[in-house]
Design a binder for this molecule. Structure first.
Ligand code: PXP
Length: 244
């Protein structure tokens, strides 16, 4: 079964636009769970542009499914994460000036530094996922670090401008998923996925989890959050019913 993780960062983006109390991402998490999502995802950025520390602590208390904390492998954030003890952390690259996470984490290029960080989470019983590009050397590095899973960056697939480039990206992701599975890593995917492009990604071999934010929160403006999550969930379930 492919699980749906809903990223609620952009509920907090809206709240921070006025630096007020609403809309509250914690309330959003409750609605997403009522709609049947399998996990709640949020990214505590170093610049705190959307999710705040208060959100993460409250989310840990109220989330009944699974809390997946996206984060940079940076000391102050690691400290918070080890206090919060989410069910899972997803290590992502982070640049101050970016609009959203750009590209995957260069695990291969910083293996030694990441090794200590990955084991500090695993020692506390926190599952570790690494957000990477669909590249052999990144998968090998993730396996060496004994990460639990890799989340493949689907941004290039989502941004493909024609059928040929989209197929090329899907093939690249498929080969990467096969390799990751053969090394014992769980396969997750996310970034830029929406109601139109998600079904093709469901075909990735062994895919266990999809993490989706922007398109769901955007759709929620028109039809409500519960309905927006249900629609995405329905697309994934319908794919599975047809293919099992
Ligand atoms: N997965 C990871 C690791 C991410 O960094 C993001 C963006 O925060 C997402 C999934 C969700 O991407 P989107 O908001 O484009 O659906």
């Amino acid at each position: 079964m492919i699980r749906l993780g809903v990223n609620i960062d952009h509920v907090a983006t809206l709240r921070q636009a006025r630096k007020g109390r609403t809309p509250d991402p914690v309330e959003a998490a409750l609605v997403c769970e009522r709609a049947g999502c399998d996990s709640i995802v949020c990214h505590l950025r170093e610049d705190r542009r959307h999710i705040q520390e208060r959100d993460v602590f409250l989310l840990k208390d109220i989330v009944k499914t699974k809390l997946n904390l996206e984060m940079a492998a940076a000391e102050p954030i690691i400290k918070v994460a080890l206090q919060v003890k989410p069910h899972q952390v997803t290590l992502v690259p982070e640049k101050r000036e970016e609009l959203t996470t750009e590209g995957g984490l260069d695990v291969a290029g910083q293996q030694t530094r990441l090794a200590a960080i990955v084991s500090s989470f695993k020692e506390k019983g926190i599952a570790v996922s690494l957000f990477i590009e669909a590249e052999e050397r990144q998968i090998e590095a993730a396996r060496t670090l004994q990460a639990d899973s890799v989340e493949f960056h689907t941004g290039r697939y989502a941004e493909a401008e024609d059928e040929t480039s989209s197929m090329k990206e899907l093939n690249r992701l498929t080969r990467a998923a096969e390799l990751a599975l053969s090394t014992g890593l769980k396969v997750f995917a996310g970034h830029g996925l929406d109601y139109r492009n998600v079904v093709a990604i469901c075909r990735l071999p062994g895919l266990e989890e999809l993490n989706i934010g922007y398109s769901i929160i955007g759709r929620a403006v028109f039809c409500g959050l519960e309905q927006a999550v249900r629609e995405m969930h329905h697309l994934i379930r319908t794919y599975e019913k047809k293919n099992t």
